[in-house]
Design a binder for this molecule. Structure first.
Ligand code: C5P
Length: 232
């Protein structure tokens, strides 16, 4: 898979997501389904979007004992999602088990990427709540390298970290980056943001874009603008 724009479909139910995607006519953008939509609608929503021809990043961020994650990943693999994810904090054993669970009898599997430290975690909360005293940037890069060594395909990270992740883990290790905003757009609650053009420049492999597309007056035009800046 090459560079692409993934639309974060942060909707509460099937009707909302379908009426949003109907606006795209024959286009079939890559979509991200998160916990809210998945827990509301179940695996059926994945099957329905797949049958319409969308690629799917299922953003459920698994984190449990290796055996449980392995079995859960096997279920997600049978749904034929394109990308799924987990928390690198679950350790190498959990990540290796996840890959085993994802791998189908024919050897194929969805891409698997790791969350390192959530962008909502800052240095202070990491030190106080998690008792991790290293600089957060070092922790993020260490988790990324641990994920790579466990056989994962990439990480979710800030576009501001993508360049460093590539230099630590190699240019073919995928960086999937949310926190994207148009230069003339509203930042909302995101703090550290980058434009699609800048994300392309620093080497992000996929950008995950939610509200700049979903809340736009013309979502299709906003999506086309992201593709023009990031992919073309
Ligand atoms: O609307 P917006 O473009 O901010 O949406 C970004 C999407 O990426 C949301 O689904 C959000 O949960 C997700 N995300 C993020 N930052 C992370 C990880 C995921 O914004 N570090």
């Amino acid at each position: 898979m090459g560079k692409d724009v993934i639309i974060a479909c942060d909707f509460s139910g099937k009707e909302q997501v379908m009426s949003f995607l109907d606006k795209f006519g024959e286009k079939r953008p890559f979509v991200k389904i998160g916990m809210e939509l998945f827990y509301a609608e179940g695996p059926q929503i994945v099957k329905q979007l797949k049958s319409r021809g969308h690629k799917i990043f299922l953003d459920l961020k698994l984190h449990d004992i290796p055996n449980t994650v392995k079995k859960a990943m096997s279920v997600l693999s049978s749904l034929d999602v394109d990308i799924c994810n987990l928390h690198a904090a679950g350790t190498s054993r959990m990540m290796e088990a996840a890959i085993e669970g994802l791998t189908r009898p024919d050897g194929s599997r969805p891409l698997l990427i790791a969350v390192t430290q959530l962008t909502s975690t800052d240095q202070q909360s990491m030190e106080q709540d998690l008792l991790i005293n290293r600089p957060i940037d070092e922790v993020v890069m260490h988790y990324a390298l641990t994920a790579k060594n466990a056989g994962l395909d990439g990480v979710v990270c800030s576009p501001l970290e993508a360049e460093r992740v590539h230099s630590v883990c190699g240019s073919d290790f995928l960086t999937v980056t949310p926190g994207v905003r148009f230069a003339d757009g509203d930042k909302g609650d995101q703090r550290r943001v980058m434009t699609p053009a800048d994300a392309k420049q620093i080497g992000s492999d996929y950008i995950v874009v939610g509200r700049p597309i979903t809340a736009a007056d013309d979502p299709v035009a906003a999506y086309d603008r992201c593709v023009a800046e990031f992919v073309d």
